[in-house]
Design a protein around this ligand. Structure first.
Ligand code: GLY
Ligand code: MN
Ligand code: MN
Length: 442
């Protein structure tokens, strides 16, 4: 499909209708946009929309509010910043009501200037209120004022909702299954992420700095129209690879070390999330080759079980079996494989999960358990599969493996028959990596 750079209106309407259908009769839901965040003094971080608000409105502007009133004639209402020539000269264009309504397909759109009194009218008389509980937002204070006002005006016949519900389970389980449009966005986010990794791999050589390789990644992302990295890029040489969320990216890359890169582009709101680990000098040493191939086999073992109906813990188990068998063979663990697994003896070396949902958020939302059991995979879900081994410099194991951190991560779209690996374009076999690096930029 060709990719529109705004979410199709019919799809936004379907998403809101599905959410409204899950709500109780005579209820109201409130979904606020994100606000700009101060970085320092009077400068702001680049704006990032609240993923839920974006999912239901397709709008990328700060400060708006979506209200759903299931079953009412005007089921979806929106408040946005009003047009303001003076503000727009300083701070940039605003959509205004007309354009926001056209892009989102809501029934009515109003200016935020009149929010408080209109919100009171919407909520008055509803029995149930749905909000994203636990998420502080700019609307919390306004909402409290409105509820206080409705309670105070009881004798005038006004009525505040009796019950407040958490909206996140409905929204987040809906976001778990990606539509065809979302799948196309994710394919593009992954394609750009693949190109960024290939560029970084070619640019790597001893004497470069981690931040220089990060610059190569980010150049490719922006050049291809991504908003930028979907999360803090991890570019960790040598022992830095053993710090799971290493984002300093300040060290010089040394001949003989491995480099771990975990980075992904954000495109039209959707995240890619790829990790590759490769030798700084372009050639794996013998111990690097052994440990690397072990992690690769662990990923392949997970791939072998992934299909609709399987679960992430099934895939985790398959990976752990391979990792532990391999670690015993390499002398990193000693003992009987099944007992080592039962004792979780591998946890000091593989301390994170195997993967996670991927979507508008890199660690995407949605429940991992349903009725106390691991959630079976379904077509339309996107997951990461990212086994790793991290051997601390002081580990009690053969010296050759100390100080190495290896992770291999791909993004899989679950299909009817299995999965589609959206990030297979970055080499990960030893031959594939060495061939790409030997071409290099040099
Ligand atoms: N980049 C974060 C993760 O892989 O989970
Ligand atoms: Mn990940
Ligand atoms: Mn990652």
């Amino acid at each position: 499909m060709t990719l529109a750079n705004s979410v199709p209106v019919s799809e936004l309407q379907q998403r809101r209708q599905a959410l409204a259908k899950a709500m109780a009769p005579n209820s109201v839901a409130i979904i606020p946009a994100a606000q700009e965040q101060v970085r320092s003094n009077d400068t702001h971080y680049p704006f990032r929309q609240n993923s839920d608000y974006y999912y239901y409105t397709g709008l990328n502007e700060p400060g708006g509010l979506l209200v759903l009133l299931p079953g009412k004639a005007n089921e979806s209402l929106l408040w946005v910043l009003n047009r303001d020539p003076e503000q727009e000269i300083w701070h940039g264009r605003r959509l205004g009501c007309e354009q926001a309504q056209a892009l989102s397909g809501v029934a009515q759109c109003y200016s935020l200037n009149t929010l408080q009194e209109q919100l009171a009218l919407c909520i008055d008389g509803c029995d149930e209120l749905y909000i994203a509980q636990g998420m502080q937002s700019w609307v919390t204070a306004t909402l409290e004022d409105v509820l206080r006002q409705l309670r105070a005006n009881k004798r005038k016949g006004q009525r505040a909702p009796q019950r407040v519900h958490d909206l996140t389970p409905f929204m987040h389980n809906q976001r778990l299954i990606k539509s065809k449009y979302e799948q196309a966005c994710m394919r593009q986010a992954c394609k750009i992420s693949v190109d960024a990794h290939r560029r970084a791999m070619r640019a790597t050589e001893p004497g470069r700095y981690e931040f220089q390789i990060a610059a190569e990644l980010h150049h490719e992302m922006h050049w291809q129209g991504a908003a930028g990295p979907a999360y803090g890029s991890i570019v960790g040489g040598g022992e830095n690879a053993c710090i799971l969320h290493y984002t300093e990216n300040t060290s010089e890359l040394r001949d003989g070390d491995l480099l771990l890169i975990d980075a992904g582009a954000e495109f039209l709101g959707y995240a890619g999330d790829i990790t590759r680990t490769f030798p700084v000098n372009g050639k794996f040493s013998e111990p690097q080759r052994k440990l690397y191939n072990l992690v690769l086999r662990a990923q392949e073992a997970a791939f072998a079980v992934i299909k609709p109906g399987a679960t992430l813990p099934d895939a985790y188990k398959a990976s752990v079996q391979v990792l532990v068998e391999g670690m015993v063979k390499l002398g990193i663990l000693q003992g009987e494989v099944e007992q080592l697994i039962a004792d979780m003896a591998f946890r000091p070396y593989f301390m994170h999960g195997l993967g996670h949902w991927l979507g508008l958020d890199v660690h995407d939302v949605g429940d991992y358990q349903v009725a106390g059991k691991p959630r079976p995979l379904e077509p339309g879900m996107v997951i990461t599969v990212e086994p790793g081994l991290y051997i601390p410099a002081n580990a009690d194991c053969p010296e050759a493996y100390r100080g190495m951190g290896i992770r291999i991560e791909d993004d899989l779209l679950i299909t009817e028959s299995g999965f589609d690996n959206l990030t297979s374009g970055v080499p990960k076999t030893i031959e594939g990596i060495e061939a790409l690096m030997s071409r290099g930029n040099k």
